[in-house]
Design a binder for this molecule. Structure first.
Ligand code: HEM
Length: 434
């Protein structure tokens, strides 16, 4: 067992900052003093060792205060019902970027970029209304044909009998193609969108070239320049059903370029919202079916189970690990006194494993009675705009997979993102039998 050492580390490089939350001895999660547990440590997600820490918190201290953690002091809300309460109490728990926004990390003021996910009503509601039609039933119907055609092409091009990276060849490719469609972005340049999305979300301690906010900003400014040009073109044309045109013509958003921080914030939201999340659900589904081979057999015997499997994948993966709020008044939550100004973190990844809300929550079960009962899309006024589109993409992909491949075999361990926001798989070797 690890000797108790302080969990709070200040190292900049990954590898130095695991603290007590080390993955090499999970027994530690049950014996370490509660005040040493810091579930904001991205290593927990990169090493895939988060489960026992949250199980401990749910059992012993469901609304838990971390003082001086890796990302400051914050409350962790870990039970399903308490997360629902925070997520649906927007008058008490604010999303406002200027108060701290929606992620645990306090972004330096100069780099805060408001977007409607990081706003409270009424501004949030006005801006959300502008882009919501992108996922109206009629538009989804139109998109379904495009998704099926593209999924089929991607799958038909995959090698047989040899190991390849599922993340790059399928998950990234399909979601990037979708993004290019949603933005009506030049199709051949679509991987630029992936690059921008990666830059926007990467943790500056993850060991990539984006190791500071100014470096991130430099790339994002290029993105802003590109989209500003596209915006002006679209603003002069009649409205079209793509996100840029919708923003350029929307009553609450047509002046966005005059507020570059907010313009950039909304671009990032729409880029990342529909990209990393769906991408990781695509990868996570293949992984889960390999970890639960009986479920894979069940699926092959009855492909109609795709309908209930898709929401189960989204629950099981929980692509967004947490969302943060800031209390705007003193409030009691599950017996704890939260003070005005406190940072409150809803750990969706934990709520989705709450045994009081979901039966056998650690198991991947593709025919659950109520598969949509999960927290992965959030709740309340910020509930994911794109949830039906995400489900549509996954459903079509799995329908097409089942028509082609008896199995997709996992050939090694996946690598995961160093992040406490995006539950990401960065690569995953698989093989399709020849
Ligand atoms: C499996 C896939 C996805 C997951 C797990 C996911 C998850 C989430 C979560 C957790 C939130 C915040 C909810 C809250 O605070 O209560 C959110 C909001 C949002 N998502 Fe998604 N998302 C997914 C796919 C998409 C797609 C495909 C799009 C793009 C069309 C999208 C666009 C958005 C937007 C714009 C918001 C902000 C909504 C608001 O603030 O009103 N998401 N999503």
């Amino acid at each position: 067992m690890n000797a108790p050492v302080t969990v709070v580390m200040t190292a900049d490089a990954p590898g130095d900052d695991r603290g007590n939350n080390r993955g090499d001895d999970q027994g530690d999660a049950w014996s370490v003093p509660l005040d040493r547990i810091d579930v904001s440590n991205p290593h927990l997600y990169q090493d895939d060792t988060w489960q026992p820490y949250f199980a401990r918190l749910r059992r012993d201290d469901p609304v838990h205060y971390t003082k001086d953690g890796m990302y400051g002091s914050f409350w962790s809300v870990t039970k399903y019902k308490d997360i629902m309460q925070v997520d649906t109490s927007q008058t008490v728990f604010s999303s406002d970027a200027m108060l701290g926004g929606i992620v645990i990390r306090d972004v330096p003021m100069d780099f805060r970029r408001p977007s409607f996910i990081a706003m409270d009503p009424p501004k949030h509601d006005e801006q959300r209304k502008v882009v919501a039609p992108i996922v109206a039933p009629m538009n989804l119907q139109k998109l379904a044909g495009t998704i099926r055609e593209r999924a089929a092409r991607i799958l038909d091009d995959l090698p047989r009998g040899e190991t390849f990276d599922w993340v790059d060849r399928v998950s990234i490719e399909l979601t990037t193609q979708m993004l290019a469609t949603l933005f009506d972005f030049p199709f051949e340049q679509r991987r630029t969108l992936t690059h921008w999305s990666n830059v926007a979300t990467v943790n500056t301690r993850a060991g990539t070239e984006i190791d500071s906010e100014p470096k991130r900003d430099a790339v994002l400014q290029q993105m802003l320049t590109y989209f500003t040009k596209l915006w002006h073109e679209r603003a002069q044309q009649p409205p079209r059903p793509d996100l840029i045109s919708m923003l350029a013509h929307g009553e609450a958003t047509r002046d966005l370029p005059s507020r570059p921080h907010e313009f950039l914030g909304n671009l990032i939201l729409l880029l990342v919202g529909g990209n990393d999340t769906t991408r990781n659900s695509i990868s996570g589904g293949v992984l889960a079916l390999n970890r639960f081979p009986d479920e894979y057999r069940k699926l092959r015997q009855n492909p109609a189970l795709v309908t209930s499997m898709v929401p189960e994948i989204i629950r099981y993966v929980t692509p967004v690990i947490h969302m943060r709020r800031t209390a705007v008044e003193d409030v009691d939550l599950a017996g704890k006194r939260i003070r005005k100004g406190d940072k409150v973190v809803m750990w969706y990844i934990s709520g989705n494993r709450d045994e009081d809300a979901i039966e056998r929550p650690d198991d991947f079960i593709i025919d659950r009675a109520r598969p949509r009962q999960h927290l992965s899309f959030g709740f309340g006024i910020h509930r994911c705009v794109g949830n039906r589109l995400a489900e549509l993409q996954l459903t079509i992909l799995w329908e097409e997979i089942l028509q082609r491949f008896p199995t997709i075999e996992l050939m090694g361990e996946p690598t995961r993102s160093y992040s406490n926001v995006i539950h990401g798989i960065t690569s995953m070797p698989v093989r399709i039998p020849a």
